[in-house]
Design a protein around this ligand. Structure first.
Ligand SMILES: O=C(COP(=O)(O)O)[C@H](O)[C@H](O)COP(=O)(O)O
Length: 325
């Protein structure tokens, strides 16, 4: 074991494992869990010097950071908490880190609820939304519309390969929303019945591109062709500061076992072939801004092309500036 591994609390390691294995998933939920894990590290730290405490917290942040690459809410959350780590003694450092992590979690929940109110204003009584994957930001818009007394129906895409659509459907059913669950390939057919496509985001790039669950871009292109507006619900913690300086967002490639079993692979592949069957499983894709009608944040709704103005306001011109609430 390296020193870094020794320094990281078992609760942090287990949170990191939950994120990597997608038992904890979705950009906002991942950010919340990561902030909570840093607070636990701070609480349980046995460091006796200020330097050792800081090293431990950074090691914990690195362990969490290395779990999944696409949702920028994760590094944004880690940066936010580490920035608040202040003090001249271990006790002060501990208290400030825990306070900052708790403030982050509070602001995250408040931002989602504010965003929901903004998003619900786009939904009229009787509207039908089509969803993809499971996004707590997107669902908060539906929840706020329901609280306003509007009747909303949903067409929920299954979302292969991990079927996060089932989580969305379960939540909507709990709220009493009529749900039609469809396979991903049926989306274009059912767009005729939809008034909005409503999705979340893992990252939003400076040009207004939306990085979200694989299949979002195809859905958005089909929606444009059918004249159905595409609404992206994304708190500002989903804004990706590095993209202001031209960096692209890394798309996570997941295990082929999510798509084919060993037996299926053996069944498909020719055992005498010179090369192996290639199976690829990208978890996310990029929807260009021209297919997105509105990005709904806790600060209001933006056309995708103008999101860069908000990014500059929040992060400044340089990506070395950490995320600010
Ligand atoms: O693409 C996904 C989840 O992908 P995965 O299941 O691979 O994590 C969600 O749409 C966004 O993360 C937004 O979710 P939220 O609005 O809850 O942050």
């Amino acid at each position: 074991m390296t020193d870094r591994q020794h320094a990281v609390d078992s609760a942090v390691a287990s949170t990191a494992d939950d994120i990597a294995e997608m038992r904890t998933r979705g950009a906002a939920t991942i950010a919340d869990a990561a902030a909570g894990a840093l607070a636990t590290q701070a609480k349980r730290s046995e460091a006796t010097t200020e330097a050792a405490f800081r090293t431990e917290l950074r090691a914990a942040a690195k362990t969490l950071y290395e779990t999944r690459p696409t949702a920028v809410s994760l590094p944004n959350a880690l940066r936010y908490v580490l920035r608040g780590m202040e003090g001249a003694t271990v006790a002060e450092l501990r208290a400030s880190t825990i306070d900052q992590a708790e403030a982050f979690q509070r602001e995250l929940a408040q931002a989602q609820s504010k965003l929901g109110t903004v998003g619900s204003n786009r939904l009229r009584d009787g509207d039908v939304v089509m969803t993809h994957c499971h996004s707590t930001d997107a669902l908060s818009c539906v929840e706020a519309a329901l609280e306003d007394g509007k009747e909303i129906e949903a067409i929920v895409k299954e979302t292969r390969p991990r079927k996060q659509g089932h989580i969305t459907a379960r939540q909507l059913r709990e709220w009493g929303v009529p749900v039609t669950l469809v396979v991903d390939n049926a989306a274009r057919r059912y767009l005729d019945r939809a008034d909005h496509v409503l999705v979340g985001a893992d990252s939003i790039a400076a040009d207004g591109s939306v990085i979200n669950k694989i299949g979002t871009s195809g859905l958005a292109v089909n929606a444009r062709e059918r004249g159905v507006p595409v609404m992206v619900a994304a708190q500002t913690i989903k804004l990706h500061p590095d993209t202001m300086t031209g960096h692209t967002v890394e798309i996570e490639m997941r295990a082929e076992s999510e798509i084919v079993s060993d037996d299926e692979r053996a069944d498909i592949d020719d055992e005498y072939a010179d090369d192996d069957l290639v199976v690829e499983n990208p978890a996310f894709d990029v929807t260009p801004p021209r297919y997105v009608d509105a990005i709904v944040t806790e600060r209001g709704q933006y056309p995708p092309e103008s999101i860069v103005t908000l990014m500059r306001e929040l992060f400044g011109e340089t990506t070395s500036e950490p995320w600010e609430p």
